[in-house]
Write a protein that binds this ligand. Structure first.
Ligand SMILES: [Zn+2]
Ligand SMILES: [Zn+2]
Length: 136
């Protein structure tokens, strides 16, 4: 049986491989969570905007462009992007207090929670563990 996947954003079945989006966030209570979405090629617009913003380097909130008076006022949501046939790449999405809830809701839409055992640091998630790593 071939399993058909559904895009997290448009909720349509895709006839092509979709891009894996692995998000991670550490909340105010210092609890880190990670979750994953699948996105079809037609819904990559918001992702492209984030990729472009990361290339240029941006200050302030990604969503509304608001400058934060101090860096602590911004919250970082990490994205590790898996484009089929390409190396995974990591981007960061900084958002202000006002935009945090909407950004989390959007990235968590139709996502599945990932186990996150790294706990300690605040970096991006480590999604696919190589089961053969120990033998190399
Ligand atoms: Zn889609
Ligand atoms: Zn904002």
């Amino acid at each position: 049986m071939k399993r058909r996947s559904v895009c997290s954003r448009c909720e349509e079945h895709a006839d092509h491989k979709m891009a894996g989006h692995y998000w991670a966030y550490r909340d105010g209570a210092d609890v880190r969570s990670a979750w994953a979405q699948l996105v079809c090629v037609g819904c990559m617009g918001p992702t492209m905007a984030l990729v472009e913003a990361n290339k240029k380097g941006y200050d302030g909130c990604f969503v509304d462009g608001q400058m934060a008076m101090d860096e602590d006022a911004l919250h970082t949501i990490w994205l590790t992007l898996y484009v089929p046939g390409d190396e995974p790449r990591t981007y960061q999405m900084d958002v202000c207090d006002d935009c945090l809830d909407a950004a989390l809701t959007e990235t968590r839409h139709n996502s599945r929670l990932l186990p996150d055992r790294r706990g300690g640091d605040g970096g991006p998630p480590t999604p696919t563990q190589d089961p053969w790593a120990a033998f190399r």
